[in-house]
Design a protein around this ligand. Structure first.
Ligand code: ATP
Length: 238
């Protein structure tokens, strides 16, 4: 079966810095794929390049049979591809429900928006309880849930998650990983960048190890767990 997403020879540059150096990978529908590597390895740059938040210096990205290299993010969300970026970028002075509304890219039909809200509130009942509160009054974990919830408002087929558990208390972190598994069960395909490697490998099907902008190993999670590249990738990091 053709992959849902594939990248061929993807390169990202920031001036003289070559952050991503010819990376190729693919994601099949229904998979949870992990992108692993130390700080600065280029993980966020790959996610941002996929959704057009940073320019692609060279290479090609295909999504659902379509060449989306360099496409603008606002066009991709309605097509089913959404990034939940690193850091809880919620709008603190907007209500929880208004924050979610902003993720409903391209939806104009009131019923569709109401359905999207309900879907997210089913996943995160705490957000429903707090829907009229300012997002800035939520705890860190709740803000992270809101950020993921906002990405889910566009009903993505492929969700790119950048460090969803960063800075969260262990119990809340567990909830995020439960959520990742639950989303897959609901039919969402996921590409996950995470610093919590052990937990990520528990939920993911496959992964890629990135060192200095290059993929040094690909495999299923048990292969990666035993891989010596894993040690190299995180040497001196974390
Ligand atoms: P982290 O976990 O720290 O986010 P990462 O693996 O996601 O790391 P990137 O954020 O993609 O890595 O960064 C890859 C390289 O590109 C690093 O050397 C970083 O300093 C550099 N970089 C990232 N963003 C920019 C930018 N806007 N301008 C210049 N250099 C950048």
């Amino acid at each position: 079966m053709a992959p849902l997403l594939s990248a061929q020879g993807l390169q990202v540059r920031y001036g003289a810095v070559e952050a991503v150096r010819g990376v190729s990978f693919e994601i099949q529908q229904g998979e949870i794929v992990a992108l692993l590597g130390a700080n600065g390895a280029g993980k966020s740059s790959i996610l941002k390049a996929i959704v057009g938040l940073v320019p692609t210096a060279s290479g090609q990205v295909m999504f659902d049979g379509r060449d989306i290299t360099g496409a603008a993010p606002e066009g991709l969300a309605p097509a089913g591809l959404t990034l939940s970026p690193e850091g809880r970028r919620v709008f603190g002075t907007l209500s929880v429900s208004d924050n979610l509304r902003m993720g409903a890219f391209g939806l104009t039909d009131k019923d569709e928006i109401a359905e999207a809200w309900e879907r997210v509130y089913d996943l995160f009942p705490i957000l429903k309880e707090r829907k009229d509160q300012y997002a800035g009054t939520l705890s860190g974990g709740q803000q992270q849930m809101l950020a993921v919830g906002r990405a889910l408002m566009s009903n993505p087929r492929l969700l790119l998650l950048d460090e969803p558990s960063l800075g969260l208390a262990p119990l809340v972190m567990d909830q995020i990983f439960e959520l990742i598994a639950k989303l897959r069960d609901q039919g969402v395909t996921l590409l996950v960048v995470e610093q919590n490697v052990a937990k990520t490998l528990q939920v993911a099907d496959r992964g890629y190890i990135l060192v200095s902008g290059k993929i040094v190993e690909a495999g299923n999670t048990s292969e990666l767990t035993q891989s010596s590249s894993m040690q190299d990738a995180y040497l001196g990091a974390n």
